[in-house]
Design a protein around this ligand. Structure first.
Ligand SMILES: Nc1nc2c(ncn2[C@@H]2O[C@H](COP(=O)(O)OP(=O)(O)O)[C@@H](O)[C@H]2O)c(=O)[nH]1
Ligand SMILES: Nc1ncnc2c1ncn2[C@@H]1O[C@H](COP(=O)(O)OP(=O)(O)O)[C@@H](O)[C@H]1O
Length: 211
């Protein structure tokens, strides 16, 4: 009885395991995580990163990213406000401590959408997330999806395709990821993502309905 009580209090204090989604730009990370957060809005919370890139049409400051200047971002890094940060395709990106704490304070599963440098750096912390790689079916499909998304200049597109090759190689390193999902047919990949997280989803639902 006491054991059950304490273990419940302890797991509530420790909070659910965060989830890292990583993979090439254009692989479908945002699409998948938005679907997940829509179906399980009381289970998942998004870690809102900082970036120096410009907002795209439809993106909202504070929801998709915190859009900042290089000076502001660097000052935050120097101040120790970030868990990790990286340079990607000519812009700075980073996960602040506050971004993760805000989600964890609500007892939600924190989802981080970060590149492979972020994955490497998070592995040096005590965050202990589940690492999920989202991969495109092929480079050709990736290029088509990025072009059809119409968010990138030709230069930015080429940079992302170059980075994608490196990201795809990284995902093959043994132990880099717990789960690898090839995002071909969206509904299938979404099903795989949900299945991979079902155990954590049930844990959170149990804790949040019993407290
Ligand atoms: N290391 C790190 N990478 C991030 C962070 N936020 C976003 N990224 C990654 O930066 C890359 C570019 O993101 P973005 O400009 O939104 O382009 P998109 O992935 O093509 O939609 C992606 O690989 C993201 O996963 C962060 O806080 N830290
Ligand atoms: N399974 C899929 N089939 C076809 N198009 C997809 C699929 N998944 C994502 N897309 C589309 O591909 C583009 C890139 O997806 P996005 O979620 O923005 O990728 P990421 O966040 O990894 O950069 C978007 O226009 C999205 O609508």
């Amino acid at each position: 009885m006491y054991m059950r009580y304490f273990s419940r209090v302890f797991s509530a204090m420790a909070g659910p395991r965060p989830v890292v989604l990583s993979g090439p730009s254009g692989a479908g990370k945002s699409t998948l995580l938005k679907k997940l957060m829509k179906e399980y809005d009381s289970v998942f919370g998004f870690s809102v990163s900082h970036t120096t890139r410009n907002p795209r049409p439809g993106e909202e400051n504070g929801r998709d990213y915190h859009y900042v200047t290089r000076e502001v971002m660097q000052a935050g890094i120097d101040n120790g406000d970030f868990i990790e940060n990286a340079e990607f395709s000519g812009n700075m990106y980073g996960t602040s401590k506050a971004a993760v704490q805000d989600v964890q304070a609500k007892n939600l599963i924190c989802i981080l959408d970060i590149d492979m440098q972020g994955v490497r750096n998070i592995k040096r912390t005590d965050l202990n997330p589940i690492y999920i790689s989202i991969q495109p079916p092929s480079m050709e499909v990736l290029e088509k999806r990025l072009r059809d998304r119409k968010t990138e200049s030709e230069e930015s597109l080429q940079r992302r395709l170059h980075a994608a090759k490196v990201e795809m190689e990284f995902s093959k390193e043994p132990g880099a990821f717990d789960v690898i999902i090839v995002n071909d047919v969206l509904e299938d990949s979404y099903g795989q993502l949900r299945n991979a997280l079902l155990e954590e989803i049930h844990k959170v639902k149990k804790i949040n309905t019993s407290s």
